[in-house]
Design a protein around this ligand. Structure first.
Ligand code: SF4
Ligand code: SF4
Length: 80
């Protein structure tokens, strides 16, 4: 499903920016995260990086698509 995988982030990007104000705000709760890496694999724009077992979302790259939240087994990614 290359078409869907390619267009959902694009459409989400435009819906996430309203009146010139960016409302993208996914963050990973470090206390909840178990470091499995599933979110990083699921992110369509590689916005999630790992450093010493700690996973973080680059807010400037994140498209607010929610794929990480849907993939995480413990619900650590949340919209702030
Ligand atoms: S919401 Fe999650 S999966 Fe989607 S772009 Fe942001 S970090 Fe990546
Ligand atoms: S999928 Fe969830 S538990 Fe796994 S690394 Fe990402 S935030 Fe952490």
């Amino acid at each position: 499903m290359v078409f869907i995988d390619g267009w959902i982030p694009v459409l989400t990007y435009f819906s996430a920016v309203e009146n010139g104000v960016c409302i993208m705000a996914y963050q990973i709760d470090k206390d909840t995260c178990i470091g499995c890496g599933a979110c990083a694999d699921a992110c369509p724009v590689s916005a999630i990086s790992e450093n010493d077992g700690v996973y973080e979302i680059d807010a400037d790259t994140c498209l607010d698509c929610g794929a990480c939240e849907g993939t995480c087994p413990v619900g650590a990614p949340k919209q702030a």
